[in-house]
Ligand binder design. Structure first.
Ligand SMILES: Cc1cc2nc3c(=O)[nH]c(=O)nc-3n(C[C@H](O)[C@H](O)[C@H](O)COP(=O)(O)O)c2cc1C
Length: 334
């Protein structure tokens, strides 16, 4: 089983004859363990040890499920006689075990455990499991994964609007960035965003409109012009014009993809829209919402002293309480 790939979509019955599928566990961690045979000593111990930790796993939003080739009767007896508290599934033809790579050369079950994350992706596997200490080791891994998943998304955490950028960016990269933007959600899936990637000679039209404070952007190998107009998206009651909102979400997708690719993507409002619109032949009824300069990080020496200082300054945000209220509007309005 390849790590970081979606887990096979299984459909098996539990000891009560109920159908259980992978999707049943969507949004939760799933510890799926394959064991050779109900009622044998190792499988009993493994089942009982997982049962004993069931509540600990549940606190981490994890379910533990055992799979073996045993029939429903054997599973029922196993659960009753050994006091097991976890679901056991029947894989009589070992088809699911095979999909997970949990078979040995002779076609028997290889005692194995798979840790599937909340998005259905296989994140860890244990093959040729020895029962001693196994449940503790699986628990430790779920705990680690849960802690990492609950932490701030690393791309969100490290994305910055830095100015010291330059280098080259290929067309393939430009397409990848806009593909990421284009996966943004939008009202009725209207996809109102339009991106003009200016590179080479067309950059001059953009440079001509940049305000002085954005002169650093002239070193960017590509500057995107983000364009839209109200008619391209839902225009709903009480000023809910989603073309701006949805275009903004698309730009965030682009920025996160750029961050993942080691690039900087810096949005800008500091430009003369009339100049840039004319230079890029953007029709009058379209709004040039923002420019986004994209490039590779370079040494801050390229910036003037004031901008170098800003570049090194820590990120600043208002207190969370200024932007988050619970249950009712509870913000200062003056
Ligand atoms: C719509 C918009 C317009 C912006 N305009 C400019 C700009 O003209 N020049 C600039 O240097 N930064 C500009 N920024 C970048 C912001 O200053 C920056 O996002 C903010 O200071 C937070 O910093 P961070 O992105 O590094 O977290 C703009 C950002 C947005 C979203």
């Amino acid at each position: 089983m390849k790590l970081f790939h979606p887990a096979p979509k299984f459909e098996l019955t539990d000891s009560q004859g109920e159908l259980v599928t992978r999707d049943h566990f969507a949004g939760r961690y799933l510890v799926l363990y394959f064991y050779p045979k109900a009622n044998t000593s190792g499988c009993t111990r493994e089942g009982q040890e997982f049962t004993a930790r069931k509540k600990d796993f549940a606190k981490l939003h994890a379910d533990v499920v055992g799979v073996s080739p045993d029939g429903l009767n054997a599973l029922c007896k196993f659960i009753e006689s050994k006091d097991l508290g976890i679901p056991l599934l029947s894989d009589p033809h070992k088809g699911v075990a095979e999909q997970f790579g949990a078979l040995n050369e002779k076609g028997g079950i290889l005692r194995s455990t798979f840790l599937i994350d909340r998005a259905g992706v296989v994140r860890w596997q244990w093959k040729k499991v020895r029962v001693d200490g196994h449940v503790d080791e699986v628990y430790a891994m779920v705990e680690q994964l849960h802690a990492a998943d609950e932490a701030m998304n690393p791309l969100v955490a490290v994305r910055r609007s830095k100015r010291a950028l330059g280098g080259k960016v290929s067309r393939t990269t430009i397409k990848r960035l806009v593909q990421a933007a284009h996966l943004a959600p939008s009202c009725f899936n209207m996809q109102p965003w339009r991106f003009i990637a200016t590179t080479g000679a067309s950059l001059e039209a953009v440079h001509a409109g940049l305000k002085g404070g954005n002169a650093w952007a002239k070193a960017a190998p590509v500057i995107f012009a983000v364009v839209s107009r109200p008619e391209l998206d839902c225009q709903l009651s009480m000023d809910r014009e989603y073309w701006m909102f949805d275009s903004g979400m698309a730009v965030m997708g682009l920025q996160l993809q750029a961050t993942q690719m080691g690039l900087l993507a810096h949005p800008m409002a500091g430009f003369d829209p009339a100049v840039v619109k004319k230079g890029l032949a953007i029709p009058d009824d379209h709004v040039l919402i923002a420019l986004v300069a994209v490039g590779r990080p370079v040494d801050v020496d390229v910036l003037d002293a004031a901008q170098q200082k800003m570049e090194r300054a820590p990120r600043e945000r208002k207190a969370l309480g200024d932007v988050l209220a619970f249950d009712r509007f509870d913000f200062k309005t003056d």
